[in-house]
Design a protein around this ligand. Structure first.
Ligand code: ASP
Length: 343
């Protein structure tokens, strides 16, 4: 009996040890199993809400992050009432609408970009094809247009009557001040329309994580209104207007592109997150670099950064108040206003 008891005791102890061992093994194995993430998508400005909703259709049903961000930013690209992105965008000082866009995924750091592209409604889709079909990262101007046409895109007139009217109005003075959101000067009596005001719409930059945890981003714009012909801003520049590194997170920007290029803005934000800063603190630090270099000049211009880390946490910061961003995930669909360094 005592042998049997001992045998049973040993068996129970052995079984428990085995169970504990299996549990430990299971948790080790589980850590290595790809985590099924809650997708999230965030975009610059309040018009990002409609773009997020489009991206969400794909993200919530298991779609790929690159397809999702492309689908999302195509919404403002096709919207003629949005004067800072795609069709209906305000033209350069010669009356030509020229578009900049880029797209990036954070696993292999694949990316594609087009700049100074004319007559194509969806530059983001051309940027995606540059990424997928060419050995290059960036195509510009006539070459980008040829590539688009060779891949089935149609040439279209992007200058709407409304944008043409605004351009003709601007020609009366032809003043190009390096002030971003200059389109708002058409309604100077309304403080909400002043640069940095809540209705102040610019470039769309979109960042997302899909259900597999893959990160991606897209950025598209018609750039600064009344710019010099040939001017390219930060939006199509990988590391300036957009950067995505799936090991850390992603960042994008809106505002005066020259300042963002000078500081490699989005890359800076991602590297600050790599050092452990939260998305909001990383954005704040990047904005401070611009402000501290020339505080007087910073009073006249707007730059905002938006960031998402790989855990799905997000944040933003701007020079001036009024930089809004839209968030959509399984828990919320909201528009936030970023904190700002200056009032
Ligand atoms: N960043 C864009 C550019 O400089 C424009 C903007 O966001 O307002 O082209």
């Amino acid at each position: 009996m005592s042998h049997r008891r001992k045998f049973l005791q040993t068996s129970v102890t052995g079984a428990m040890a085995l169970l504990l061992q299996r549990k430990a093994l299971a948790s080790v194995t589980l850590d290595k199993v790809p985590v099924i993430n809650d997708p999230v998508v965030i975009s610059t400005w309040d018009f990002g809400k409609a773009a997020n909703a489009e991206a969400w259709k794909l993200l919530s049903t298991g779609g790929d992050v690159i397809d999702a961000v492309e689908a999302g930013v195509k919404v403002p690209e096709a919207d003629p009432t949005n004067h800072s992105v795609g069709y209906g965008g305000f033209p350069d000082r010669d009356g030509k609408v020229t578009l900049d866009a880029c797209i990036m995924e954070g696993t292999a750091l694949n990316c594609g970009s087009v700049a100074f592209l004319e007559n194509i409604v969806h530059p983001i889709s051309v940027a995606k094809l540059v990424m997928q079909k060419t050995p290059h990262v960036m195509l510009v101007g006539e070459g980008a247009l040829q590539f688009a046409l060779a891949n089935g895109f149609q040439k279209e007139n992007l200058l709407t009557p409304e944008s043409e009217k605004a351009w003709k109005e601007w020609l009366k003075t032809s003043q190009y001040a390096p002030v971003i959101n200059i389109e708002n000067q058409f309604k100077p009596v309304d403080p909400k329309q002043l640069p940095g005001g809540p209705n102040n719409h610019d470039t769309i930059g979109m960042l997302a994580i899909d259900k597999t945890g893959k990160m991606g981003g897209a950025c598209t714009t018609s750039g600064a209104a009344w710019k010099m012909r040939g001017r390219v801003g930060d939006s199509p520049i990988i590391g300036a207007g957009l950067y995505v590194d799936g090991e850390v997170g992603a960042a994008t920007s809106s505002g005066l592109g020259e300042e963002v290029i000078r500081t490699c803005g989005s890359h800076t934000v991602v590297e600050l997150m790599r050092q452990g800063l939260s998305p909001e603190k990383a954005c704040k630090n990047a904005v401070e670099r611009i402000v501290n270099r020339n505080p007087e000049r910073a009073k006249t211009l707007q730059v905002g950064f938006l960031a998402l880390n790989k855990k799905g946490e997000y944040g933003a910061y701007a020079i001036h108040k009024g930089f809004t961003y839209s968030v959509k995930n399984g828990k919320e669909e909201k528009i936030y206003e970023a904190k700002a360094i200056l009032t």
